[in-house]
Design a protein. Sequence first.
Length: 217
Amino acid sequence: MAVPTDRDPPPVRHFGTFTRELEQLADGLKPCGMETVALESPGVFWIPLFQIREDRGCRVCLVNARHVKNVPGRQTDVADGQWRPYLHAVGLLRASHRPPQAIWALRSLGRHRESLVQMTAIHIQHMQKALEQMNIQRPHVSRDITGTTGLAMVEAVLAGERHPKQLARRRDPRMGAREETIAEALRGDYRPEHLLVRRQSLPAYRQYPARSYLLTG
């Protein structure tokens, strides 16, 4: 942390990255009379310090690290830290946009939900690949493996059912394909390793939509 030389006898102080030390850093700005500070934004490391400072009523100017680094002759952290207050004081550092806390929280939850949806798709692909490796003609059975017919047959296979006709009887009556065609498509090469993939992927697939629903609900 660096402040102008007329605000504090030691204008440069070093702090660690533990939360207690970040709080000490933020509290150390109050005696200096600093109402606004400039903070670089490398990766996501700036977020805790930004929030701690903001909670203490300090206006934080979040700046792109490249805008500060592009100054020749100042390569050390201390020299760079002393140079930044001057740039901020004369208005040469442009603040990046950071939405209000409520929007920021909503954005974080939205990104988390997006990752859950992506994980759902990955587990569906695992089940589809296992079916193909077992030579189950999926298009004749169900185009959507997560539909009523697809899930019913997957559950039956995992429960130990292997007879094609018994599996075909679990189809949805609204399906256009005949029961005989579906039974022939379900005559597969059931291998333990492929069944294991399906057995693990099915509950994993089901848990992610449930978590996504909790975020939206």
